[in-house]
Design a protein around this ligand. Sequence first.
Ligand code: KG4
Ligand code: ZN
Length: 342
Amino acid sequence: MIILGIETSCDETGIALVEAIGGLKNPRFRVLKSLVASQIKIHAPYGGVVPNLAKREHAQNLPILFKGLGNGVSKFDVIAVTVGPGLEPCLWEGINFAQSLAKEPKKPIVAVNHMEGHIVSVFLSGKNIDVQFPALALLVSGGHTELVLIKGWLNYKIIGETLDDAVGEAFDKVARLLGLPYPGGPSLSKLADTLTGHAMSSQIKLPRPMLNSKDLNFSFSGLKTAVLYVLRDNPKINKAALAKEFQNAAVEVLVSKTLKAIEKFKPKTLIVAGGVAANKYLRKELIKTLNARRLPFKTFFPEKSFTGDNAAMIAAAGYFHALKRDFSKPSKLKASGRLSLG
Ligand code: KG4
Ligand code: ZN
């Protein structure tokens, strides 16, 4: 089956063609083409995504990217479009585009949850990824921080989530406080990684919010405020050391809650996905911690090029919907900014 994916939930316009085989038991994917038009330069002067500008860019970019698919343009069986969560004006651009494509010749449409797309992004490496159920996903992005229990494809349950800011949002806000360029996550981690050893950052101590809470929830806004106070009280502080301590604190909480979820739900596979899954220190610490416990399961991360928002992951998620014949009537599609998994 060849699936055309459309992604416009935030500030990246994505169109992709993905070939899928193997069914629900042994799904395998080949990315035929994945095009992403990034809007970083447009939003950078504002230090964050401006919804109306993003909507305008999506409207402009979608037909251009679609043409960019070249010969593959008409050779797809299903259209998969992100319907939420995200910025509603942006989601509607993708939905309208999907509706127009589904008309002539008629093609079926499946509605995809953006976070589900992040989960299945681990399949896009082309390697043999054998996800076994129950699986656990740690989803870390600019809008979400969630632990999701996956009992089977399309069967998701959120077992932990952030009570305030998402971890990517915290990276972005702290980066801004440190005067780093937008988007903040990659620049902050780059600065933090310039420091080796713990000497400098160990002199600064930031809180680990909710580290010892009994549940699997997170909170990152207090951590950001703590950075604000440290900067206010020590204007000459070494910024790389502060960035490193922030990254240490955020990652320590993510790793600890993931471990807690593993102990409680005993999954057979761990998936770590979303923009922040690109963070090298998070990957290193998770693998180190899991190896030390000799836990009997496999951990999968997406390839770096598929950690951020893209349409190939939406197409891949669309495969599962199509297999389960979970089609949507084009006229009934609706953007749902706060759509939740499960
Ligand atoms: O999944 P994503 O591309 O978009 C959303 O669905 O939100 O995630 C974007 C988030 C941003 O907050 C960005 O700063 C963060 O992922 N991010 C990182 C890194 N690369 C991207 N955060 C920490 N370290 C990174 N290397
Ligand atoms: Zn995302």
